[in-house]
Design a protein around this ligand. Structure first.
Ligand code: GLU
Ligand code: ZN
Length: 276
């Protein structure tokens, strides 16, 4: 149950394509948890996440959220925060916790990487390899060293309860991409701290990522938000609704004249029925 303290929550879409029902539910949950506590609901456009990120989609998202009857405060998009990400990466580098990795996806597959909670777990090929400055490198977190430095850590999920930080499903994640001064993990952790987000809500598909974020909060001395991972809407066959083929985008429903507030209330009821 939410306590009485005012919470700051956020909806943080990556502009890779139109918003669908799953996004609407995520935004509504974050919005309602902020409102019920008398707090703030933020919109942050995560426009470094993915090569297909497109600025013009952000306008469409704002129209979609308005159509759903939500009000928000917008904070700066990720693309304006690159210097902040670099500074944090430098601190982790100075602690000896990052190493360059020049592996391609094919090489990682060929090295016999095992599946983890979010794709293949990096097998550590470059961990002790001298850097090759001639090839573009990502920077990976030396998770064993980082965990040893930080010591045992716990985070709390509103539904699943206390979680001991465990990176076995993720391994040495990328914190600085080959083409950008951050990855999703580094950017989102820094942003939530910078934006004063006190309650992070996201779909259960990102549950494992919270282990990485908790570790980064400890290493970088950032505040630790509360977390609420919500179940994902699925159709009768158990397929995720967020990107289901054939499920019309919010923008299409809006342009067809559907009542967005009514849809939002239907999603609230569907969410209640899920029990989370
Ligand atoms: N930008 C991420 C996405 O659209 C969500 C970030 C988060 O909630 O941590 O999937
Ligand atoms: Zn590598």
């Amino acid at each position: 149950m939410p306590d009485c303290a005012a919470q700051t929550t956020r909806f943080a879409p990556s502009p890779n394509g139109p918003l669908h029902l799953g996004h609407a539910l995520a935004a509504i949950i974050a919005h309602d948890l902020a409102r019920v506590s008398g707090g703030r609901f933020l919109l942050r456009i995560e426009d470094i996440d993915g090569p297909r990120a497109r600025a013009e989609l952000a306008d469409e998202y704002r129209r979609d959220l308005e159509w759903l009857g939500l009000e928000w405060d917008e904070v700066p998009a990720q693309s304006t925060r690159l210097a902040h990400y670099s500074a944090a990466a430098d601190r982790l580098k100075a602690l000896g916790l990052l190493y360059p990795c020049t592996c391609t996806r094919k090489q990682i597959e060929a090295a016999g990487a095992k599946p983890g909670s979010d794709g293949l777990i990096y097998p550590g090929t470059c961990r002790h390899r001298p850097p090759d400055p001639a090839r573009p490198a990502a920077l990976r977190l030396d998770s064993a060293r980082a965990l040893a430095l930080a010591g045992p850590l716990v985070w709390e999920d509103a539904l699943a309860g206390p979680q001991a930080v465990d990176l076995s499903g993720l391994g040495d994640v990328v914190l600085v991409r080959k083409d950008l001064p951050a990855s999703y993990h580094l950017a989102v952790t820094l942003d939530d701290a910078a934006d004063g987000v006190s309650l992070v809500t996201r779909g259960a598909d990102l549950f494992a990522a919270s282990h990485v974020h908790r570790l980064l909060q400890a290493l970088l001395g950032l505040p630790v938000p509360r977390l609420h991972h919500h179940r994902l809407l699925t159709d009768a066959r158990g397929e995720k609704l967020a990107k289901r083929r054939g499920s019309p985008a919010l923008a299409a429903r809006r342009l067809a004249g559907e009542d967005g507030r009514r849809l939002a209330d239907e999603l609230r009821r569907a969410h209640l029925a899920l029990g989370t």
